[in-house]
Design a protein around this ligand. Sequence first.
Ligand SMILES: Cc1cc2nc3c(=O)[nH]c(=O)nc-3n(C[C@H](O)[C@H](O)[C@H](O)COP(=O)(O)OP(=O)(O)OC[C@H]3O[C@@H](n4cnc5c(N)ncnc54)[C@H](O)[C@@H]3O)c2cc1C
Length: 376
Amino acid sequence: MKQFDLVIVGAGIIGLAHAFHASQAGLNVAVIDRSPNALGASVRNFGMLALNAQAPGSQLSSAHKSLRYWQAIAPQAGFELRQSGCIFVARAPEEMAVLQEFAQSAKMAAHGAHLVASEDLGRYCPALNADRALGALFSAETWKVDQRQANAKMAAWLQQKYDVSFYFSTEVQEVSPPHISTSAGNFTANHVVLCGGDEFASLFPDAFAANGVKSCQLQMMRTHPQPKEWRLQPFVMGGLSMSRYSAFSSCPSLKDLLTMQAQRFQPHIDHGIHVIIAQEPDGSITIGDSHAYGDGRILARSSEVDALILAEAADLVHLAEPQIAERWLGHYAYLPNATSLVFSPADGVTAVNQTSGQGMTHGFSIAKDVIADMVR
Ligand SMILES: Cc1cc2nc3c(=O)[nH]c(=O)nc-3n(C[C@H](O)[C@H](O)[C@H](O)COP(=O)(O)OP(=O)(O)OC[C@H]3O[C@@H](n4cnc5c(N)ncnc54)[C@H](O)[C@@H]3O)c2cc1C
């Protein structure tokens, strides 16, 4: 029998963030994951610490708080975290109006953002299709983490520095603290935190269903590495991201942008497409994404959606090497109008999900509060 103070189910970023805070609070922690290594949303995303996407107030301060943990951990654990910045490019007057209103508001200072004239765009991102751009908003407060390396390196660091025990290729089958049954035998712990991502229904399915949690499926792609001298630097986005991110939600012109998009971008809206373009440490370019909501994983991939994403990306950026080398699906737990779900489905059990597709950005803040409540 393996005994711990706390067992965490799931070794994605939410599970690791809980392991970090719990270890710092002096708890003896085990993390159990059914995969041989983390394979879920935490390694399938853009690695964007999206301070640029947050509304000022509690959202932005949660993202700031999380960022400070990433900054402290990355150099110790040995994975890349760079201040990439982010550029929102306006190619239509309705998009430019939203950026200008954002620029005139106090939000600008909160985001460390400024407007960029079309003739200056090349200085921020030479690869942009500047002839199509009316101007842009550059936000320095956006960070890029190496999402494919970070999870594994953070797990190794937690094990080495805090003596966190990891059990991979081990499925948690039943949880009734202090008893936890797994495919590798029984564990005991006074507390269990469920961080199962979109596989939330594997334990306490009825309690999750009662909370109305859905699954969101996203389509992602990656190019071959670009030539060495070709650098993207910031994340690049267009108008479809302005209407998606709550950072812009109080701009009065947003309604005109939505009207324009309903006329010209209906297929994109139907598939929840907003295009993000990011460069990885090996020089390849990650391009996504779409959003399909349902009660479980959908799994089918739509070539129409891929084509819409790639056409929009090509309109924003001129890639030296546009050929797609990799396509994958990602999934996260989704709750309409809520950024997180924290509840107790049974005594001694806390379920934690980030539910708006921003777990990399907010994970450490959410976990900090959960662990503080637990050890209070
Ligand atoms: C395509 C895509 C792009 C995204 N882009 C960004 C971004 O740029 N920035 C951002 O902030 N967020 C982004 N997100 C959201 C972010 O990736 C997620 O919010 C976050 O990774 C969720 O982490 P998690 O630990 O909850 O889930 P996961 O990473 O999915 O981990 C859950 C783990 O639980 C394990 N598990 C489940 N049930 C059991 C069980 N019974 N026994 C054992 N193990 C179990 C699974 O094997 C899995 O490894 C994106 C998401 C996707 C899909």
